[in-house]
Design a protein around this ligand. Structure first.
Ligand SMILES: [Zn+2]
Length: 441
């Protein structure tokens, strides 16, 4: 058994001091607060938090960071740039980029990621020799980076939704599609989980998956985490209302997609009735604050959702920013801007979204907390940096950044030590991966 000692740690009962944490295999075996360190204990500096969950990721979007933010436009014009990258990916470049991106996540304290994966096939739509070659690249990438992955294999069948119905796939989108929900289920059914990888499914959106097919995805994804992009854009709501006579949430409710295994991603533009439907069904919602503000999506109704009983989690989505501290406080800060009130969420609520509820959304209910028997994932955050020195341990979430992460442990294994990832310097990994994708210098 390895035993750590921390001056401050966030336990399910709150912040505790002088905590000894025993880990055996991949689980916490003993947790003791107000305990003196003993010879042989490994000191964890700063404030120790449970592992942080990134509930919504598209790894390849990392290629757009720092290249798509200025000028006019909106989500739809940003998507054109994203499609240009999607078109150039192959299993080799996807592995390299995802490995480096997941290593960057590890440096930021992220211990589990939900990858919303839809780039399945060759450009033009033909399958690779291994039809799951792209998904395999992602699982390999996460294993190399040492973090947990939930592979949310995504069904994507149509090119968009208008008042007259669904549009055919465009040239780029053909590689996202299996052609039918049956073919999607057959391919996705070939995947295998492992110690660090669990399986989930996703409906890309009501734009990309017609009603009956969405019901088919939910049917074949029973007992798995199921994610869906929901109402990120007003245009989606409008088209859905005109074609189906329902909001996207109402449509998913009609066909039985809502429920405790479902996580709706973004859920930015909801009606009061949508919020009731999500709450009553026990559905979850993943907010992606840094993406939603970058893409001018709008601010979702986080407090109203939480009041309706919806569990919230957090994702970095397009990775313009990979910083779970920024996402977590973003939930509260955006509420302050829209409500003119502070304290819309308790710090413990924000921490739960960043940890246990993120783990739950991704099908890892046995993790996300520092408790005996739980998965041994933790993060220590420096309390002596220019950003954090002088802060209360219980408010570290409001001042720390990804750069303050000192140690990261996943399943008992140290993957980041003193701010260094086990794969070595991560910026060169990212640079080399990005070089494989550039065609414009
Ligand atoms: Zn997304």
């Amino acid at each position: 058994m390895t035993t750590y000692w921390a001056e401050h740690a966030c336990l399910p009962t709150g912040f505790a001091t002088a905590v000894r944490i025993g880990i055996e295999g991949d689980r916490f075996r003993s947790i003791q607060s107000r305990a003196n360190p003993r010879p042989g204990d490994v000191r964890l500096p700063g404030v120790v938090l449970p592992g942080l969950a990134n509930a919504h990721s598209h790894a390849f979007h990392r290629a757009l960071r720092g290249r798509t933010h200025n000028g006019a436009g909106n989500f739809w014009s940003w998507r054109d740039g994203m499609y240009a990258v999607a078109q150039r990916l192959n299993p080799e470049s996807y592995l390299a980029l995802a490995r480096a991106t997941y290593a960057e996540m590890a440096l930021a304290g992220i211990t589990v990621v939900g990858e919303f994966h839809y780039v399945h096939h060759r450009p033009g739509g033909g399958p690779y020799d291994d039809p799951n070659a792209m998904g395999a690249a992602l699982t390999q990438a996460a294993s190399d980076a040492g973090i947990r992955l939930t592979l949310l294999d995504t069904c994507y069948l149509t090119g968009g939704l208008t008042a007259d119905g669904h549009l055919p796939l465009d040239e780029v989108q053909t590689r996202f599609s299996d052609g039918s929900v049956g073919a999607w289920a057959e391919r996705a059914g070939e995947r295998k989980p492992s110690d660090l990888v669990r399986l989930g499914a996703a409906i890309h959106s009501v734009r990309a998956v017609p009603r009956d097919a969405a019901a088919g995805v939910a049917e074949s994804a029973r007992e798995m985490p199921l994610h869906v992009h929901l109402s990120e854009q007003q245009a989606e709501n409008l088209a859905c209302q005109m074609f189906y006579g329902r909001t996207p949430t109402g449509l998913l409710a009609d066909i039985g997609v809502l429920g405790p295994d479902l996580t709706a991603v973004h859920a930015t533009h909801l009606t009061d009735a949508d919020i009731v439907l999500l709450g009553r069904s026990g559905s979850q919602v993943a907010f992606c604050p840094t993406t939603e503000r970058d893409l001018a999506d709008g601010v979702g109704r986080a407090r109203d959702l939480a009041d309706a009983g919806v569990r919230l989690s957090l994702g970095s989505d397009q990775h313009a920013v990979i910083d779970p501290f920024e996402e977590a406080r973003g939930l509260e800060m955006h509420e302050r801007l829209t409500s003119n009130e502070r304290g819309r969420f308790e710090t413990t609520d924000l921490l739960r979204a960043a940890t246990a509820d993120g783990y739950r959304s991704l099908g890892w209910s046995d993790g996300g907390r520092i408790a005996t028997g739980a998965l041994a994932d933790l993060v220590s955050v420096r309390h002596d940096s220019v950003r954090t020195v002088g802060s209360k341990a219980s408010q570290i979430l409001y001042c720390a950044t990804a750069a303050d992460v000192h140690t990261v442990v996943v399943g008992g294994r140290v993957i980041v030590e003193d701010g260094h990832h086990l794969l070595g310097p991560v910026a060169p990994l990212l640079r080399d991966a990005l070089d494989l994708l550039r065609d414009d210098g």
